[in-house]
Write a new protein. Structure first.
Length: 195
């Protein structure tokens, strides 16, 4: 299983404020959808709450101790059960549990698969989609970084991407844009792989 992080980051490392994205870049939203569709996405509780519903055509996994207690109505021995309130979402208490689950096909009970409308390849590449603390905790596990580098500084941000040791990564590809359809600052899609 390949563990990949996908994020849009300002030059000063900013990624969000008040649990919201800092910008609306149409090209970045299309890029995110294209890269993550058909795969498993893992997110923290705040990112899940900002979305409000499962991302379509993806297996959605949320890491949250508080939500795991609510969503796991079967037993403590069966974490990750689909939420009755949010079918198609699995919740785990720890990153390790979420990654272990992502490596396997999900089940709600022995022999009954969770319906998440993604291919059997969803565990081949798993995407960490935020937020800041989840990025920080999963960076040591990551094999790839899909970063949208947004060339602006956001002074009012309250959430930041963790520092990346450039010696541990090599650039695979880069696509640059002078500006977007509805965004004035330049940005780049850059893919890094761990050395």
């Amino acid at each position: 299983m390949t563990i990949s992080i996908i994020a849009a980051i300002a030059d000063n490392g900013a990624i969000g404020r008040n649990n919201q994205l800092l910008w609306h870049i149409t090209e970045d939203l299309r890029y995110f959808k294209r890269i993550t569709s058909g795969h498993t996405v893992i997110m923290g509780r705040k990112t899940w709450e900002s979305l409000g519903k499962p991302l379509p055509n993806r297996r959605n996994i949320v890491i949250s101790r508080s939500l795991a207690a609510i969503y796991d109505s079967n037993s403590p021995a069966n974490p990750g059960s689909n939420s009755p309130a949010n079918p198609g979402v699995e919740v785990y208490s720890t990153i390790e549990q979420a990654l272990a689950a992502a490596a396997n096909e999900p089940t709600v009970a022995p022999g009954q698969p969770i319906k998440h409308n993604v291919s059997n390849n969803s565990a081949q590449e798993v995407f960490i989609i935020g937020g800041g603390e989840i990025y920080r905790q999963t960076l040591p596990y990551a094999h790839k970084l899909y970063l949208t580098l947004v060339h602006t500084n956001i002074a009012y941000a309250d959430t930041f991407f963790p520092a990346v040791n450039q010696n541990e990564w090599r650039e695979i590809s880069r696509e640059s844009f002078d500006r977007g359809e509805n965004f004035e600052s330049p940005f780049e899609f850059v893919l890094f792989a761990r050395v």
